[in-house]
Write a protein that binds this ligand. Structure first.
Ligand SMILES: [Zn+2]
Length: 258
């Protein structure tokens, strides 16, 4: 094999692995209740101008059954870099395109519509640090504060995407009022786990509000003693668990990924 064809075989392999990972991320989000049916998408940076993103075919069965062939290569403006066939790019592609364009350190983006996140955003319930060792990264996210993008509509234009990215400054996650959430991180595992953690915070916050409770925040002294266990533990290990759980649930879809 020539050097050029070996290089292109390497790129093809990398793209295939990326499609499989984006598809797995979509199935994890759906299996964990962050996506109820067909709405939501995940993207993965390929380089400085292109990404792999979950598209939708005419016979789309929803995110829970996403396969690698549902993931397509496009640039950040939504110009496809391959034949799409009957697959359509998401209307909210600028969420992904603008985040990856404006935050070069981030490699993956998640957008989902978790009901508890929507509930907290419309009820004006802030996601406060009310638990500690139960989930330290989620507590830290709440401690730093989770911004709310104050716009109820679809993020369909570059301008809206830029506004959302601005609202998200300095954080991995933003709540979209009456809509859902967006997360971005250097790795796909990081973006997925950030979304799972925001969802957990919202679920706790909504349950406390429904019970009429006002939980105190974790005391400063206790917060100071909670360790940072690192990305390999906080993100990668959790991601591997969820990928394994997909197979256990019969959602590995390995035949299609082989
Ligand atoms: Zn949306």
């Amino acid at each position: 094999m020539s050097e050029a064809s070996a290089a292109s075989a390497g790129v093809a392999e990398q793209l295939a692995a990326g499609r499989a990972d984006v598809a797995r991320a979509c199935r994890v989000l759906a299996a964990e209740g962050l996506v109820s049916d067909i709405l939501g998408h995940v993207s993965l940076r390929v380089d400085g101008r292109r990404m792999l993103i979950r598209a939708r075919s005419a016979s789309d069965p929803g995110l829970l059954l996403t396969r690698p062939e549902d993931v397509v290569l496009t640039d950040f403006d939504g110009e496809p870099a391959e034949e799409l066939g009957d697959r359509q790019l998401p209307q909210e592609l600028p969420i992904h395109g603008e985040l990856l364009r404006l935050r070069p350190g981030d490699g993956a983006v998640v957008h989902a519509h978790p009901p508890d996140v929507v509930l907290c955003s419309v009820a004006g319930l802030p996601l406060r640090p009310v638990f500690g060792a139960f989930n330290i990264p989620a507590m830290r996210m709440a401690e730093r504060g989770l911004p709310v993008f104050d716009y109820y509509g679809l993020v369909r234009t570059r301008e809206r995407g830029e506004q959302m990215v601005a609202a998200m400054a300095g954080t991995r996650a933003v709540l979209l009022r009456g809509h859902g959430l967006t997360t971005a991180a250097p790795t796909l595992a990081g973006a997925v786990v950030a979304a799972l953690n925001v969802n957990l915070l919202a679920r706790m916050t909504a349950a406390l509000a429904a019970a009429g409770c006002s939980a105190p925040e974790v005391p400063d002294a206790d917060r100071a003693e909670l360790p940072d266990l690192g990305g390999a533990f906080n993100d990668d290990l959790v991601w591997r668990h969820h990928v394994a759980k997909l197979a256990w649930r019969g959602l590995g879809l390995d035949a299609a990924e082989g």
